[in-house]
Unconditional design. Structure first.
Length: 96
């Protein structure tokens, strides 16, 4: 049995969890058709998007002391996923 490791990307942002998920749905719906992905499942803490050929992108959110923690995973859409993460405003630096 072959096991593939799915890349996992994580960051912290100043956006609320709901705003991150809304931004993800908009970002992937507007991509070039080869990288477009549309909502398959969603909850207040995640969105699962399905693209051409059945490719899946999963983005999860959780509140943390550093802001909203965002995690994302995919097999093939890793470059578009990284681009999406690059659009998120960073969480403020902690003050001492």
């Amino acid at each position: 049995m072959s096991t593939q490791i799915r890349p996992l990307i994580e960051c912290h942002t100043s956006l609320s969890p709901a705003d991150v998920l809304t931004a993800a749905k908009r970002f992937f719906a507007r991509r070039n058709t080869i990288y477009a992905a549309f909502v398959e499942q969603e909850s207040p803490t995640h969105v699962s998007l399905r693209g051409q050929g059945g490719e899946e992108v999963v983005i999860g959110v959780a509140l943390s002391p550093q802001g909203t923690r965002v995690t994302g995973s995919t097999y093939i859409f890793d470059f578009p996923l990284q681009r999406f993460f690059g659009t998120l405003p960073p969480a403020p630096e902690p003050t001492a």
